[in-house]
Design a protein around this ligand. Structure first.
Ligand SMILES: C[S@@+](CC[C@H](N)C(=O)[O-])C[C@H]1O[C@@H](n2cnc3c(N)ncnc32)[C@H](O)[C@@H]1O
Length: 295
């Protein structure tokens, strides 16, 4: 990431989450009234009170199609899957969350279930400063603690910093590592899991998303296009996983894999087999959503 520039990929995914409001009811799994605020291209499509702009709604058949629409559907699946895990964690008594690479994830503002919980948002200082400026004046459901951190700084120091901000390592913590692992080097990935293991009490869950290494290296036009865009934005893909090797990789690092689904499988689970088949793609089959647990 560039030192002085907020993350482009964070604004992109936030915008795509926000565009979910333009999907037909049957494809809508979550509503993120804040997402569009972070997108330069789409921020005028929703008013501050959350209402969709009449012009954007009236013309959505023209502009909301193809790649953008498919990405918005993908973000519905990704967001809802993790939202459900967050709600389960809180229902089971969990009160601490760490959003690792929080970006413009507005769960702390969206999810009423988080009232009574503390959300530690750890992210690159430039991205976090933009989020704070944009969300200034909106009250979160729970308590939000902002922890600016460049992951290229030693992550071994992060648990102590979290503790100094009120984090209790002896109580369960849910970590969310959503859309982040593909931007970290293998060394930074190891340091990230070591750090999570360090601040998480045994039994703590983490929701992670990862890309199959075949998707990171894909030689198709689409694969090349994706790499070009993120590379130009200064956030190149750096890491992918061989899915069958992930359970053992996690065990070695002190975590147990509880669930691992591809975006295609989520499509079938949330929308049913017919829609699941229609939205299935190679990219969906190679994008993973996993729930893991600290041993
Ligand atoms: C694709 S965004 C995902 C944001 C959020 N988790 C979501 O799903 O909406 C990637 C995030 O990783 C963060 N990130 C990438 N490299 C980083 C680094 N070296 N230090 C701190 N944060 C970093 C970016 O600031 C950005 O917020």
């Amino acid at each position: 990431m560039r030192d002085d520039t907020p993350s482009f990929t964070a604004s992109w995914v936030a915008g795509m989450r926000g565009l979910g409001a333009f999907l037909p009811e049957r494809l809508r799994l979550v509503d993120d009234p804040y997402g569009l605020r972070f997108s330069r291209a789409f921020r005028r499509f929703r008013q501050r009170d959350g209402a969709l702009t009449p012009l954007a709604s009236a013309t959505s058949r023209l502009w909301f199609r193809g790649y953008i629409r498919r990405f918005a559907v993908y973000m519905q699946l990704r967001t809802r899957d993790i939202d459900d895990d967050v709600v389960d964690f809180v229902r089971a008594g969990g009160r601490q969350l760490v959003l690792f690479g929080a970006g413009f994830d507005c769960r702390a503002w969206r999810l009423a279930a988080l009232s009574g919980a503390t959300v530690f948002e750890v992210d690159h200082p430039a991205t976090q400063a933009r989020k704070r400026a944009i969300m200034d004046g909106d009250s979160p459901c729970g308590r939000v603690v902002f922890v600016p951190w460049n992951f290229e700084r030693p992550l071994s120091e992060l648990p102590a910093r979290l503790a100094s901000e009120g984090h209790d390592p002896s109580a369960p913590t849910m970590t969310i590592l959503e859309g982040v692992l593909m931007y970290l080097t293998p060394e930074a990935t190891d340091a990230t899991f070591e750090c999570i293991r360090h601040y998480s009490a045994p039994g703590s869950p983490a929701a992670i998303t990862y890309m199959d290494e075949a998707l990171v290296r894909e030689r198709s036009g689409q694969g090349f296009g994706r790499r070009l865009v993120v590379g130009l934005a200064g956030e190149p893909f750096k890491n992918g996983f061989h899915a069958p090797a992930v359970p053992a990789w996690l065990e070695e690092r002190g975590f147990h894999l509880e669930r691992d689904e591809s975006a295609s499988q989520l499509g079938t689970r949330f929308f049913g087999a017919a829609v699941g088949r229609r939205i299935a793609s190679r990219r969906h089959a190679r994008s993973h959503f996993a729930l893991i647990r600290r041993k």
